[in-house]
Ligand binder design. Structure first.
Ligand SMILES: [Zn+2]
Length: 302
């Protein structure tokens, strides 16, 4: 299957920083080794034009990001040191989600090996998230008349505050976030449906809550297009999660979301969002299994 990545664009990080910069190259290798994608099917998009970002983000904030003049407070909230390379990589990550979304329009499903930066709101960039790729990709599809009503299914373990900030006011979009109740962000911007899960929630309770949330969201969204944030951080070994899903449990989650959305007639763009295992290879396992689940469904559709 076709996939998008920005793994070769790295940025300076202090030693021991929790952001898993090595994940992306390992994941590219892994999806090729698994036979999910041929090497020539893994694409490297050019950075998105600033105007595309300006379609959803505040112009003054974008200018501070571009020029490297974020305030000390903004810099601390972002949690990643500003550099020109960080900004370039962020623009490439958004471009991957736009390309994957366009692919989904044509083929039913698309996936970016990155993106899901859901803590970026209209005028704030925080929690390792510079730009909100999902909001930018949706605006792009709408601009070209390719999508209108949309559903965001956010299964990252952290609540999708930035996405709620951007898409909450939009009556044609339904935002669903399933996350750990006692986890970042501690001040929430409400989604259309937020499902707070107790610390230690395991596979069975998680999957029940997810199925119930999808039952509620899908008929209300009436969406022709959906974004799925397949965060790896609800995994039991994650450093920043507080939930206790197993790897098979996470795969069952992916399959449930993909099957329910496609059965409802939605085209689906899958993005990675977070994953902070002690050993980055565990996060890569989870992300690669998501990609393989998408590939199996693409194969069945065509
Ligand atoms: Zn997360």
């Amino acid at each position: 299957m076709h996939l998008w990545t920005h793994d070769r664009w790295r940025f300076p990080l202090p030693a021991g920083h929790r952001f898993p910069l090595d994940k992306y190259a390992l994941l590219r290798e892994r999806v090729v080794a698994d036979g999910t994608a041929r090497p020539d099917e893994v694409h490297e998009p050019d950075p998105v034009p600033w105007e595309w970002l300006a379609a959803v983000h505040d112009g003054a904030m974008l200018e501070r990001i571009r020029a490297g003049t974020l305030s000390v407070r903004e810099q601390r909230g972002l949690g990643l040191p500003w550099s020109p390379a960080l900004v370039e990589r962020g623009r490439r990550a958004v471009a991957g989600s736009v390309a994957a979304a366009r692919h989904a329009i044509e083929h039913g499903l698309g996936m970016n090996l990155g993106g899901g930066t859901h803590h970026a709101g209209r005028d704030f960039a925080r929690g390792y998230c510079l730009f909100n790729d999902v909001a930018v990709a949706l605006a792009h599809l709408r601009r070209d008349g390719l999508a209108e009503r949309a559903l965001v299914v956010d299964c990252d373990v952290h609540q999708g505050d930035g996405t709620a900030h951007l898409l909450g006011p939009d009556p044609h979009t339904f935002t669903l976030s399933l996350h750990g109740a006692r986890n970042y962000p501690f001040q929430r911007i409400p989604s259309d449906l937020d499902v707070d899960l107790a610390s230690g929630t395991g596979d069975a309770r998680y999957l029940d809550a997810l199925a119930e949330a999808l039952d509620f969201a899908i008929p209300r969204a009436e969406a022709g297009f959906a974004f799925y944030l397949a965060g790896a951080d609800p995994w039991e070994g994650d450093r920043l999660g507080r939930l206790a899903l197993s790897k098979p449990g996470l795969l069952a989650r992916d399959e449930l979301v993909l099957d329910r959305l496609t059965a409802a007639g939605a085209r689906v763009c899958v993005v990675l969002a977070g994953g902070y295992a002690d050993d980055v290879r565990d996060t890569v396992d989870i992300n690669a299994a998501t990609a393989a689940a998408v590939a199996r469904r693409l194969g069945a559709a065509t």
